[in-house]
Design a binder for this molecule. Structure first.
Ligand code: GMT
Length: 373
């Protein structure tokens, strides 16, 4: 098949999922055309069957806001026509599904029929979706998509709760490349961040308020009082300055490392002992799944789709949002001895295998084929 994938190209989970999906489909022989405004972060170097079409919005002096959605729709029309695509798969309802709707209708008027699949990732539904001004557009796009998928059961429920749609929503969870066993830890690399007997806690996000990264520091502070440890914070975003301030207030600067944005997070996870995800809301929690796939147990909140990924007392622990005391207690429980830690590591790795990229990508393939029939 020739598949157009429209995505946000950033470090965010939806961009990662869309890019990894395209890469896997390309390896299976499909021709993949990424359509977005800059090179997707996880795309990497030259790969067979992969093409990237950049959407360029000119700076018109007349407009206060660049008409990205319109330019994107025109680009989709162009790529579908000239690359003879079979299907479009857009990640995020706004503005990608509305642009896809426009493109599909333009193409229809020219005698070209192409279906589009919309995948919901969360923020469009749970946060932006609650902003009433977007509701009519999102509802319309859901109803007009040829198929709608959501990355968790929780997101599917939220969508039905907030939007007046009767459209069937198929849950296709996010995925990871799975491993049978943990990668060997590069001791030299690890020693740059911690002594051998100091556990490394890790958090990866875009440092938005919804991620509650301050909680990570409070949890770490409590853990560090009992077991001398370190924390690696990966990512960047609006909360970064506040977090740096908090480190100073808690007197933890020498134990907290801000690594900034990291493209290939698996190397950080390789040397980590515990992953912390205390989010206010999370439709899935891809970062937690990526940690589990590296054999890193997860301490998380129990919100949204996280409990579909991180199983309480099995692959880590889940607590109420904001209950940093409970999260710290649970972290200490996992780290209390090697045997307990290894058991959690093992179960985290094992559970991640249910989200095997090979199997999940096949579900998308089957969905495309069904629509093309
Ligand atoms: O979490 C973010 O801020 C990024 C956001 C995105 O759109 O890239 O992530 C959403 O999609 C991910 C991939 O499906 C999910 O794993 C995240 O849970 C979801 N984020 C939220 O729901 C807040």
């Amino acid at each position: 098949m020739k598949i157009g994938i429209v995505l946000y190209p950033t470090f965010g989970g939806s961009g990662v999922v869309a890019t990894e999906l395209g890469k896997s489909l390309a390896k299976k022989g499909h021709e993949i055309h990424f359509i977005t405004y800059s090179q997707p972060v996880r795309l990497g170097s030259f790969q067979e069957n992969i093409f990237y079409h950049e959407v360029r919005v000119s700076d018109y002096p007349l407009f206060d806001y660049e008409p990205y959605e319109t330019v994107l729709a025109s680009k989709m029309v162009d790529v579908v026509k000239h690359e003879t695509l079979d299907i479009l798969h857009v990640h995020y309802a706004i503005p990608h599904a509305s642009a896809a709707f426009m493109a599909r209708e333009i193409l229809k008027s020219q005698g070209i029929l192409i279906p589009f699949v919309t995948t919901l990732h969360g923020t469009d539904i749970t946060l932006v979706g609650k902003d009433a001004s977007f509701e009519p557009v999102i509802t319309f796009c859901l109803n007009e998509s040829d198929a709608v998928t959501a990355v968790s059961e929780s997101l599917k429920r939220d969508t039905y709760e907030h939007f007046r749609t009767t459209r069937e929503i198929v849950v296709i969870p996010n995925f990871v490349p799975v491993r049978k066993k943990r990668n060997d830890v590069n001791r030299d690399v690890r020693r740059r961040y911690a002594k051998d007997d100091e556990p490394i806690l890790c958090h990866i996000s875009n440092f938005r308020k919804v991620k509650r990264v301050e909680d990570v520091l409070h949890i770490f502070s409590a853990v560090n009082k009992k077991i001398k440890s370190r924390v690696l914070l990966v990512g960047d975003g609006p909360e970064r300055y506040r977090l740096e301030e908090l480190c100073r207030e808690l007197n933890l600067c020498d134990r907290v490392k801000f690594l900034g944005k990291v493209r290939d997070t698996q190397h950080v996870l390789e040397i980590s002992d515990l992953f912390i995800l205390p989010s206010e809301t999370e439709s899935f929690g891809l970062a937690a799944l990526e940690a589990m796939a590296m054999g890193v147990p997860v301490i998380s909140s129990n919100t949204g789709g996280i409990p579909e990924v991180n199983i309480d007392r099995e692959t880590g622990f889940t607590s109420n949002v904001g209950d940093v005391e409970d999260m710290a207690k649970n972290a200490l429980h996992i780290l209390k001895d090697k045997e307990t830690h290894d058991a959690f590591r093992h179960r985290a790795l094992e559970r991640s295998q249910l989200f095997d990229v090979e199997q999940i990508v096949q579900q998308y393939e089957e969905l495309y084929l069904k629509l093309l029939k």
